[in-house]
Ligand binder design. Sequence first.
Ligand SMILES: [Fe+2]
Ligand SMILES: [Fe+2]
Length: 219
Amino acid sequence: MTPLTLSASVGDIASDLPGAAEVFRRNGISFCCGGALTLADAAAKQGLAPETLLDALQALIDAAGRDAPQETLPLIDHILARYHETHRDELEWLIPLAQKVETVHGDHDEAPLGLTEALIALHDELDSHMLKEEQVLFPMMRQGGHPMIVHPIGVMRHEHDSAAELLREVERITRGLSLPEGACRSWTALYTGLTKFSEDLVRHMHLENSILFPRFEAA
Ligand SMILES: [Fe+2]
Ligand SMILES: [Fe+2]
């Protein structure tokens, strides 16, 4: 997880820390196009006290994972039911909805052009990633670990980075998931659904990166 300092980039924190995207949106901080911006610069730009921003983010770190099961086996079951299944269900309707909005509003100044393509890439990436966890990594964990387990874990961490990169791309294409004036119902439903999906994905990867994986890497 990206260490929380004033020199950390808002883009990295938004894709690493559950709830951070919401804190940034609320404070008018863009993390899509200005994702390389540091927390210090973002706070200065918005006229915020840097400590206020750090405190809000620290509270999220303290809260992350608090509601998840503590024991490893129930935690794996929770990740599968609450995140793997949910991502698959949601992408199934988000992709055609994105396609519809791009087709119908293609000539609108703020149309999210390229969104369908980015979501299909995210779908393909996640689908193979989750299958590897379901068929290889999680069964190893259920058996208490494996001498070589750090290798598949390393691959999963790397794939999380690629998924986070695609999330930032979605953020950029949709200008931070902000709707244009008078957006139709489909466009609104699309961005509402994508906001929830993005939050879930960040939370899912955080549970694995910061809670589940370290238990086996340390052993
Ligand atoms: Fe997972
Ligand atoms: Fe994962």
